[in-house]
Write a protein that binds this ligand. Structure first.
Ligand SMILES: Nc1ncnc2c1ncn2[C@@H]1O[C@H](COP(=O)(O)OP(=O)(O)OP(=O)(O)O)[C@@H](O)[C@H]1O
Length: 251
C-alpha cells in the first residue's frame, strides 16, 4: 500500500508559443507515514510537481495515485507554502477553522478540533490573535495547524521554513517531526537545504533541471531522533551535494 504513487509524470509549459518540458518522466512512491524530501536546483520543477500532486494543475502526462485513488480531488492532501498564507483579517483560530468549511461538523466539534491542532503546534494561547501579532515561525506553525486540521493523508510542504532564520528553522524541523510522530501523516517536503532534507527525510530525492528529472535517490536509514552532528549525516550530505552540483564539480 502506498500513500502516493507518481508514475511517469511529465509536464510542459508553453512559453512564447513553444512547449517547454519542465518535468520529465518522474516516478516515485511515498509509503504511509514516510517523509520524502525533494531537493534540486532552482527551476527544476519541484513546486510544479507539488502543484500537480495537490490537484492545482491537471494538465500533465502520467499518473498520480493517492491512497489507491487516482482522482486528486478525492484524496486528502494538505499543503503548506513558504509564506504562511493566513488571512490577515481572521484570527488564528478562525484561519484554522476554515479547514472545516467543506465538512458538516457542528460548531462545538469544530472548536474542539481548532483547539486540538493549535495545541499540537504550541499555539493554544494565540487562538484569538491575528496573524500580524505572530512571529514568522508562529505564523508558519499556524499554517501547519491549518493544513493538519484538514486531516490529510499526505502533507505537501513547499520550502515551509525557507524564510526563517537557522535557529528557528531547526526548532520547527523538530516540531514538525514531533507532530509527525503523533499524526503519522505522509509528508513530501521540498527544500533547498540539503541538511534539512537529510535530517527530516526517510528518503531524499535529488532532482536536476532542464527538464526537471530525478537524478538520484538516497535512503536515510538512520534511527530517530537523529543527531544533527552524526558523522553519517555529514557523509550523506557530501554525497548529496556531489549529486546536486555534479560529481565532476567536486572532484
Ligand atoms: N505557470 C507557468 N507558466 C510557464 N512556465 C512556468 C510556470 N510555472 C513554472 N514555470 C516554469 O517551470 C519551471 C519550474 O518551475 P518551478 O517553480 O516548479 O521550479 P522549482 O524547482 O520549484 O524552483 P525554485 O526552487 O526556484 O522554487 C521554471 O522554468 C519556470 O519558469
Amino acid at each position: 500500500m502506498t500513500a502516493l504513487a507518481i508514475e511517469h509524470v511529465s509536464k510542459s509549459y508553453a512559453l512564447n508559443g513553444v512547449q517547454r518540458p519542465v518535468l520529465n518522466d518522474i516516478s516515485f512512491d511515498v509509503a504511509p507515514n514516510e517523509i520524502v524530501s525533494i531537493v534540486g536546483a532552482s527551476g527544476c520543477g519541484k513546486s510544479t510537481l507539488l502543484r500537480l500532486i495537490v490537484g492545482l494543475d491537471e494538465d500533465y502526462r502520467g499518473s498520480i495515485i493517492q491512497g489507491g485513488v487516482s482522482d486528486t480531488k478525492a484524496a486528502k492532501v494538505g499543503m503548506v507554502f513558504q509564506d504562511h498564507r493566513l488571512y490577515p483579517w481572521l484570527t488564528v483560530g478562525a484561519n484554522v477553522d476554515l479547514a472545516f468549511d467543506a465538512s458538516n461538523l457542528r460548531k462545538p466539534e469544530r472548536l474542539a478540533r481548532v483547539h486540538h491542532y493549535l495545541q499540537l503546534v504550541g499555539l493554544s494561547d494565540y487562538e484569538k490573535a491575528y496573524p500580524k501579532q505572530l512571529s514568522g515561525g508562529m505564523a508558519q506553525r499556524a499554517a501547519i495547524a491549518r493544513a493538519l486540521a484538514q486531516e490529510p493523508d499526505i502533507l505537501l510542504m513547499d520550502e515551509p521554513f525557507g524564510a526563517l532564520d537557522s535557529i528557528l528553522r531547526m526548532r520547527l524541523q523538530d516540531e514538525l517531526l514531533s507532530i509527525w510522530e503523533k499524526n503519522r501523516v505522509s509528508i513530501v517536503i521540498v527544500t533547498h537545504d540539503v541538511e534539512e532534507a537529510l535530517y527530516l527525510g526517510n528518503r531524499v530525492i535529488v532532482m536536476e533541471p532542464d527538464p526537471g528529472r530525478i537524478r538520484d535517490v538516497f535512503e536515510i536509514e538512520l534511527a530517530r531522533p537523529r543527531d544533527r552532528a552524526d558523522p553519517r549525516l555529514a557523509a550523506l550530505k557530501q554525497r548529496c551535494l556531489a549529486t546536486l552540483v555534479g560529481r565532476e564539480a567536486l572532484s
